[in-house]
Structures are given as C-alpha cells and as structure tokens.
Design a protein around this ligand. Structure first.
Ligand code: MN
Length: 197
C-alpha cells in the first residue's frame, strides 16, 4: 500500500497555483523547528506549527500563545502544512481557502522535553497520545509549552509551562506586532501585496 500522504488535506483544500502558498512536499529538517503565523482570515488567529516527521503539524490558536502559566489557550488542530510554509508571509487572495494576510510572527527551534518514567517520548508518540511538551527557542516565545488534547475532536489546549520564561503579564500577542522575518506589520504586508511586492 502506498504511504499515506500527510499533506493530502493541505493540497485538497487549496488551489496552490492561485493562493501563492508553498507546494506540498514532505521533507525532514535537521533541527526541529517551530513557527507561529499571525493570520487575518475570516477571524484573526495564530497558527502554531511544530515540525514533526517532515511536515509542520499545526494548530489554530484564536487568542495566540500566552506567557502566563495560568492561561489555557484553545488550539484547534488543523491540517499538516509543508515545511516551507514556515517562511510563508503574504496575502492569500480573496476567494481562496484561508484568504487574508499571513505574518511570520515568531520562529525558532524547539526541543522535545517530554519524558515518561525517565525515558524520552518521541514527538510522534506524543502527538498520537495527545500530550506534547516542548522547549521553544524563538525570538518572542521561549521556554516550555505544553499542548494537551482535550478529548473533543480536534480541540487541544496550549499552555505555558512553569520556568524562568513564564510571565504573568505583558502578553506578547498584544505587545509585539511585527514580523520576525521582515519587520513588517500586518498592514504593511497587505499594502506590499497590493503593490505586487
Ligand atoms: Mn490559519
């Protein structure tokens, strides 16, 4: 039997020739990476993505990640995205799936920190079991974050773990509004797209 195409959903939903988004290709990266994209679609949300098994496993987080350990953010698992999506910034045209402005809000590497009875749990197993613990090294987000499946469909929770990077106040979503890729605001990305940049 042919191996299941992890990006089948991604490709099925989109007309990549029209949307300008990266083509669907599974490829592994040497260092595990993460990216958080701010996406002004029908409703504004943040797409939290972790590279696992050659694709970017993705969650849509309506309120974005928090630095407070007391906040649990709803994270809805969405279709896996190709690795190259981590560098995608621009505007998905009207009429296409997910139409709206996309910003690379944060990016970096991550480390799998989950252990069970002193042994490492692979990311694939963690994903299957619905309990992920990673240490992020980004430009805005740092430290431990947990993703926990709630048991209802695609619903997960994104929670900041207790460590020296936890902050009760000053949510980065509210204070940091520029792309880590280009330094642009959402408005500038949209304006540039109009000019064909
Ligand atoms: Mn999105």
């Amino acid at each position: 039997m042919p191996k299941k195409d992890k990006l089948a959903e991604y490709k099925k939903k989109r007309d990549l020739a029209k949307s300008g988004e990266p083509k669907g290709k599974v490829r592994s990266s040497k260092m595990p990476i993460f990216v958080v994209q701010k996406h002004a679609a029908r409703s504004l949300h943040y797409d939290f993505r972790l590279s696992i098994g050659g694709v970017l496993v993705s969650w849509a987080v309506p309120k974005g990640p928090s630095t407070s350990t007391r906040v649990r953010r709803l994270a809805v698992r969405t279709d896996d995205h190709p690795m190259r999506y981590a560098k995608f910034e621009g505007v998905i045209p009207k009429g296409e799936y997910g139409a709206g402005t996309v910003m690379v809000w944060d990016k970096g590497t991550y480390r799998n920190i989950q252990k069970k009875a002193g042994k490492k749990v692979s990311m694939e197993t963690a994903l299957k079991k619905g309990k992920i613990e990673v240490w992020l090294k980004g430009e805005k987000l740092n430290g431990g974050y947990a993703l926990i499946k709630t048991g209802r469909g695609n619903q997960w929770l994104l929670i900041k773990m207790k460590d020296e990077h936890a902050r009760a106040r000053g949510n980065p979503v509210n204070t940091q509004k520029k792309s880590v890729l280009t330094g642009r605001t959402m408005r500038q990305i949209a304006a540039d797209a109009k000019k064909g940049k």
